[in-house]
Design a protein around this ligand. Structure first.
Ligand code: EPZ
Length: 415
């Protein structure tokens, strides 16, 4: 269905917005509950499409999920059944592949569809599969059905050619019950990995080094239940901070861990954005005469690839030429053509974009192609003169909890 977000732009944003819990943590934590032998209680689970799909997949595995009214999930995996996950919901998001590591780790067998998710160019899972094989799994693929089997899972030293977030997490999940020690070298260091590791350790796992490039997992026999509060979403926080820099008069973004977005905050300060950091909030004041900047996306703690698209909208009002070098997803530039329809002047090709500013933006019909592209178009719509219709808004609802209500509360004219 084509849902449309309509924005009448060029209005000042004021007030407070509270960031929800982290999508990319929640989508790893939900499949990981498969490893538990007791009930797991999760607080502050974001109300986003990706979470809803993963809950449906858990229920296919006969895992009971109860939702309380205040974003708390009670998940009961005690009667889990390792049925094949051959449901088209698996294809709705890439993170469904965490069921591979979790079900392999728990049952030494998994059969499911290969993942779907944003079209950001080729998104292989070769590093995930290399890790599973190192632990003793055999892999067979027929069409887009993948099956993993292991007589026994034995810890091993695994080196990742690229510090892949997904591969790091999937290997962690598969190694929880493996015999002996698994070491992941060149592991990703994203905060979501620390969040998942701290939850698994609460359940009795023996994981050390999350957040560094060397993670060890010492296999245990079972995992208990636990209560876990998911960390705030650093990409949602960054998105609202950029929107405030673009159109804000005085905006406070709450439930933020500034350390998770240092690269963004430092670049915004280089641009001349007036912002103040508190222990768990960032305050943005009206900022004009913005300077252009150069960005290179890197794995954490470098500049997040997920934020280069939203930042591109802001860079259209900087006085001069900005350059973005995208090293993670070389084709992550579909937002540029849409912004150019609004009057932006962006040249782009594989791996690079050049934003020539300042260019005033005018509202028109534009199309979201992926989640963070959609976020970029929302910010452009807030900045633009006139009315902007953002089509295929469901991409945006996959990762931004109540984005229309949150922006309305800041004074945006949006529905
Ligand atoms: C996670 O994707 C995030 N998704 C992405 O956020 C984020 O952009 C990305 O990390 C980078 O930070 C979730 O956490 C659900 P990777 P993931 O494995 O795990 C290549 C969003 O908007 N690669 O670190 O898929 C891959 O092609 C989404 O919230 C391999 O070559 O990222 C890519 O070029 C978009 N082989 C690069 O590594 C592999 O086996 C980064 O991938 C795995 C990855």
């Amino acid at each position: 269905m084509n849902e449309i977000i309509k924005i009448r732009g060029n209005r000042k944003l004021n007030g407070e917005v509270t960031v929800s819990s982290c999508k990319n943590s929640a989508v790893a934590i939900l499949p990981s509950v498969v490893l538990a032998s007791e009930i797991v209680r999760l607080y502050d689970v974001p109300e986003i499409e990706d979470v809803k799909v993963l809950v449906k997949l858990l229920e296919l595995l006969n895992v009971k999920v109860e939702e309380s009214d205040d974003d708390e999930l009670t998940i009961d995996p005690t009667r889990i059944a390792n049925v094949d996950l051959l449901d088209e919901d698996v294809m709705k998001l890439r993170a469904s592949y965490y069921f591979m590591g979790a079900l392999l780790g728990r049952f030494r067998h998994v059969k499911m569809y290969s993942p779907g998710g944003c079209n950001l160019g080729p998104r292989p899972i070769d590093l995930h599969l290399k890790g599973f094989e190192a632990l003793g799994a055999t892999i067979s693929q027929e069409g887009n059905i993948i099956e993993l089997n292991a007589e026994e899972l034995v810890g091993d030293d695994i080196y990742l050619d690229f510090a892949s977030v997904g591969a790091t997490i999937n290997i962690m999940l598969a190694a929880c019950f493996a015999t002996g020690r698994t070491t992941i070298e060149n592991a990703a260091k994203e905060p979501e990995i620390i969040d998942l590791s701290s939850m698994l350790n609460k359940m009795g796992a023996q994981i050390r080094g999350a957040g560094t490039s060397r993670i060890t997992i010492d296999g245990v026999s079972r995992l208990k239940g636990c209560i876990h509060d998911i960390i705030p979403d650093r990409i949602e926080a960054g998105t609202y901070i950029i929107a405030a820099a673009a159109c804000g008069q005085d905006v406070i973004i709450k439930n933020v861990i500034p350390q998770h977005i240092e690269a963004l905050l430092s670049k915004l300060e280089d641009m001349g954005v007036k912002l103040m950091q508190g222990p768990d909030f960032v305050r943005v004041l009206e900022s004009d005469d913005l300077k252009p900047v150069d960005i290179i996306t890197q794995p954490f703690p470098g500049f997040a690839t997920d934020l280069q698209q939203p930042l591109t909208a802001l860079l259209t009002k900087a006085n001069g030429d900005s350059h973005i070098e995208e090293t993670i997803y070389l084709e992550r530039f579909k937002h540029c053509a849409e912004l150019n329809k609004m009057g932006a002047n962006i040249e782009f090709e594989t791996g690079n974009s050049h934003i020539h500013g300042p260019t005033p933006l005018k509202g028109t019909d534009i199309f979201a192609t992926d989640l963070r592209c959609g976020a970029s178009l929302v910010i452009a719509g807030l900045m633009a003169e006139g009315e902007t219709n953002i089509h295929n808004a469901y991409h945006i609802y996959r990762g931004y909890d109540s984005i229309v209500d949150k922006l309305k509360a800041l004074g945006a004219d949006i529905q």
